[in-house]
Design a protein around this ligand. Structure first.
Ligand code: SF4
Length: 331
């Protein structure tokens, strides 16, 4: 077990400062996410090098559509989560405690694997990667020293201090999964939308590439009012240039509502475009026209995709080849 990096003390309790829950944890107890344990007055992480999956995967699967399109990153995860969405699409690893007996994968081994697979860097994903915090600090630093990029797919419920430390260790890009409006968080996931948007805003200010994802769940957050609220927050906190992905839900874990109708996703895209977001996408619908990137200025098709594959990329020097409009992203 490694000592945690972010915690303080209030009387006889340890206070974890990694996410907005700020769990107060007594001796011998664990925090809400079950990955942090108090022993002899110190907080320890149970996830360091305790990985549930390691796999080379395309950027488009995260999804990152405006950060190194067509490349792959070595994608890895640990266990558990700090939110409780009942439809979790990765519930097999996010709804279980980290095992106490495991082979620790050192950061050196992870980075070496990325080199062998020809990946351009690392991506912490699948379960909530904030819970791998101490490991990410080490792995990201090492990857950066080898000229690699570091990315995360997160629910964005970490504290600003955690985000800053990740940035200082070499985090380049973060994909933040917004669950809906404040009511969606209260009724289903725990947490608060306003804290997640605050982190997205801070990430932009820190120079981290950001893309926002909103999984649209049938009869949960598919109402036009809720979608408009998400888009309003997007415009207010991260701005019209940051890509917004509306992705399709499928029944999973405790949730049996039918999959999101494709028309609902299309309507969400149309609402966001009307409201001024430049790059809006549909996810989890292979072959859909809204998987492609169009120039917001002249309408030219810039990146043609099929599911997670880039078929054609016409962007040159970060610009539309037709009209010269600068396209948001790292290409
Ligand atoms: S990271 Fe875990 S222990 Fe720490 S505040 Fe969040 S839920 Fe609680």
């Amino acid at each position: 077990m490694k000592e945690a990096k972010l915690y303080g003390k209030v009387r006889d309790k340890v206070v974890c400062q990694l996410c907005w829950r700020f769990c107060k944890i007594g001796e011998g107890e664990r925090g809400f996410c079950r990955t942090r344990l108090v022993r002899k007055g110190k907080l320890y992480t149970l996830t360091y090098g305790n990985l549930s999956a390691i796999e080379s995967r395309p950027m488009e699967i995260k999804p990152f559509f405006h950060f190194k399109p067509g490349k792959t990153t070595l994608t890895f995860s640990t266990y558990s989560c700090n939110l409780e969405c009942p439809w979790c699409q990765n519930w097999q690893i996010s709804k279980i405690d980290p095992p106490l007996v495991y082979r620790e994968i050192p950061p050196e081994e992870l980075v070496r694997k990325a080199e062998i697979f020809g990946d351009i860097g690392l991506c912490a994903s699948f379960n909530e990667p904030t819970l791998l915090f101490e490991y990410l600090l080490d792995a990201f630093k090492l990857a950066k020293s080898k000229g690699m990029v570091n990315t995360m797919v997160s629910n964005g419920f970490m504290t600003p201090m955690a985000l800053k430390m990740l940035r200082d260790s070499g985090l380049d890009a973060i994909n933040i999964d917004v669950k809906g409006n404040e009511e969606t968080y209260e009724r289903f996931c725990g947490g608060k939308a306003k804290f997640v948007w605050r982190i997205a805003e801070k990430a932009i200010k820190m120079g981290i590439h950001v893309e926002i994802v909103n999984l649209i769940v049938t009869d949960v957050n598919d109402d036009e009012e809720v979608i408009r609220e998400v888009v309003e927050n997007h415009l207010k906190h991260v701005g019209e240039r940051v890509p917004l992905h509306f992705t399709r839900y499928h029944p999973a874990y405790l949730f049996g509502n039918p999959p999101t109708p494709v028309r609902t996703l299309e309507k969400a895209v149309e609402i966001a475009k009307r409201m001024g977001v430049e790059f809006v996408y549909v996810g989890n619908v292979p072959g859909h026209e809204y998987e492609n990137t169009f120039c917001p200025n002249c309408g030219e098709l810039l990146i043609r995709r099929f599911h997670f594959e880039v078929i054609e990329n016409k962007i040159r020097d970060g610009k539309c080849p037709e009209c010269g409009y600068e396209i948001f992203g790292v290409f």
